[in-house]
Design a protein around this ligand. Structure first.
Ligand code: F6P
Length: 328
């Protein structure tokens, strides 16, 4: 019979994302509600290995639902990738009397949790927290909605100056391997073209499209580029290429970078985080493990962690079509 769960650890891992604090709050308060002990693990797996723990009660998470970042800090931990590192982590968890943990993070964090569960039979549940939205088994990861809102707001500002000077702007957004942010903000902010890793449009098609747009009477344009775009050029090289082949354009580049990860979470992310936090604790107490809490069609669902990380989170092709029509 599975060991009764009396104490749950919670931590954030990998790149931070808005909504992580709301998820920590939800896990801690659900534990308090159900009279289960809860322990915050600082700095992700690194803190787990070092025993950087702090008991948390309902009052430890006051006034954080609205805060970006993560009060538990985050890290990408190389040591946890080794069997020795994971052994240290297991010893620390056992010494602290932690029976199970909730990991809030992305792909890499879930992989660590899955291996740890396989090696030690330790109960784990994942909550998807990354602005990239690249996790299978959920239509939304925590932070994606906020990041898209942040980027749309910034591009609206860039549009003001682009249109005042009749300029073409390449705006680079985050998304190391995926184009979810680029595609959504591209449609939401009315970009002329959207360059994403999943679809290599090629430079010629880009130049043709920009030519067409100039001909159709547009005086300024925004092209959104995902950082992992595979068109083969960096965003600065794209600028040079277009300037060389289309000298009519005055081109500028804006790389938005880490500002996309910060800021107060949107209402959507706060509600999602709260729902996922409750579900994560309840799922552990039902004796289930090695699952990720996700959302599909506004219902919370559970997906085996190995599927969440191995399955591909596909981009929405419908958005590509919509964008193509909108740029007429
Ligand atoms: O959180 C995911 C992500 O935002 C990627 O899109 C990006 O490439 C990466 O994090 C940047 O990570 P770091 O903070 O380690 O530079």
């Amino acid at each position: 019979m599975a060991k009764e769960i009396k104490k749950i650890g919670v931590f954030t891992s990998g790149g931070d994302s808005p909504g992580m604090n709301a998820a920590i709050r939800a896990v801690v308060r659900t534990c308090a509600f159900l009279k289960i002990d809860c322990v915050g693990i600082y700095r992700g797996y690194q803190g787990m290995i070092e025993g950087d723990f702090k008991p948390m009660d309902a009052r430890s998470v006051n006034n954080i639902i609205n805060k970006g970042g993560t009060i538990l800090k985050s890290a990408r931990c190389q040591e946890f990738r080794t069997a020795e590192g994971r052994k240290k982590a297991y010893e620390q968890l056992t010494a602290e009397g932690i029976d199970a943990f909730v990991v809030i993070g992305g792909d890499g964090s879930f992989t660590g949790a899955m291996i740890f569960n396989e090696e030690y039979g330790f109960p784990v549940i994942g909550i998807p927290g990354t602005i990239d939205n690249d996790i299978y088994g959920t239509s939304n990861t925590l932070g994606f909605d906020t990041a898209c809102n942040t980027v749309v707001e910034v591009i609206d500002k860039i549009r003001d100056t682009a249109s005042s000077h009749n300029r073409l702007f390449f705006v680079e957004v985050m998304g190391r391997d995926v184009g979810h942010i680029a595609l959504n903000v591209g449609v939401g902010a009315g970009a002329e073209e959207i360059l994403i890793p999943e679809e290599n449009l090629g430079l010629e098609r880009l130049v043709e499209s920009l030519k067409r747009s100039k001909k159709s009477g547009k005086s300024s344009s925004i092209v959104v580029v995902a950082e992992g775009d595979k068109i083969g050029k960096s965003v600065f090289e794209l600028k040079e290429y277009v300037e060389e082949h289309l000298p009519i354009y005055d081109v500028r580049v804006s790389v938005l970078g880490h500002l996309q990860r910060g800021g107060a979470p949107s209402c959507f992310d706060r509600v999602l985080a709260s729902r996922m936090g409750v579900k994560a604790v309840e799922t552990l107490l039902e004796g289930k493990s090695n699952l990720m809490v996700g959302i599909q069609n506004n219902d919370l669902i559970l997906t085996p962690i190995n599927k969440a990380i191995k399955g591909e989170s596909k981009i929405d092709k419908e958005l590509i079509r919509v964008s193509d029509i909108m740029t007429t």
